[in-house]
Ligand binder design. Sequence first.
Ligand SMILES: [Zn+2]
Length: 295
Amino acid sequence: MNPTLRSALTWTVYPGVMLISILMFYSLIALGISSTISSYLAAIVCGLGLITVLELVLPYRKEWLPTRHEIKTDLIFMVLVQVLLPYLLTILSVAFLGDYVKNMGWNIHGWWPHSYPIWIQMLIMMFTADFFRYWLHRAAHTWEPLWRFHAVHHSVQKLYWINVGRFHPIDKALQFICDVLPFIVLGVSKEVLALYFVVYAVKGFFQHSNVDTKLGWLNFIISGPELHRWHHSMKVEESNTNYGNNVIVWDILFGTYLLPRNQAVDDLGLYNRDYPMDFVDQMKAPFVKGIDKEK
Ligand SMILES: [Zn+2]
């Protein structure tokens, strides 16, 4: 690819794809399509489609392209842990917790600013959810019982968008408690949750993507791929940083921000290079003693 075009693309693809996905979401809603379907179409068809193409035409590291076997395992994680599990947890939360809160007689819905514009509510949700996720993620790296489950996510030795879903279900359920459950209980509207999903999903695909993209000053706000690669470093002192899910401000505030200038991350993954990589084995791995990131 022409170097000038490549340079221009590295600086524009992240904000470009994010903007196109959000515009598509609003356009579909304007056409009368439900907010849930609009969010799936915008995030998956538009965001994901574009990021898949970008991984092929603008790869960060050619050696990080996945094998067929890796894609197969990642897709099992994506369907079971990223789609079905949150769907089930949402249904259960609404069914049981909704009634419980109602019966308690608390006016909990009044605690949320429902009258604010949707995008402002989405930003409030994002910064609040990320605060809880930050501490969960930090604990998952520093407290061994949680690390055992989170190690599944860190077992990957290269980053590409499909392996963003590689989480143990216990780890994923804990994340759900931080970044979805409180907002269901607070009665946050479907439209706000749908817009949050678009940003959350496109951000997530980009965060793990093998796309050569640069965020510049946005690296002080957004938890993008340049920061997240350091979080997956094999070196513990590098991977115990950049815990932010959507935003990176909590890392800056609590002293865990890392973005070395003009340096690229070395090996990714766990010190244990024999850590199991298939789906069933990874479900069992947290219960096997001695699997750790330490040497
Ligand atoms: Zn982590």
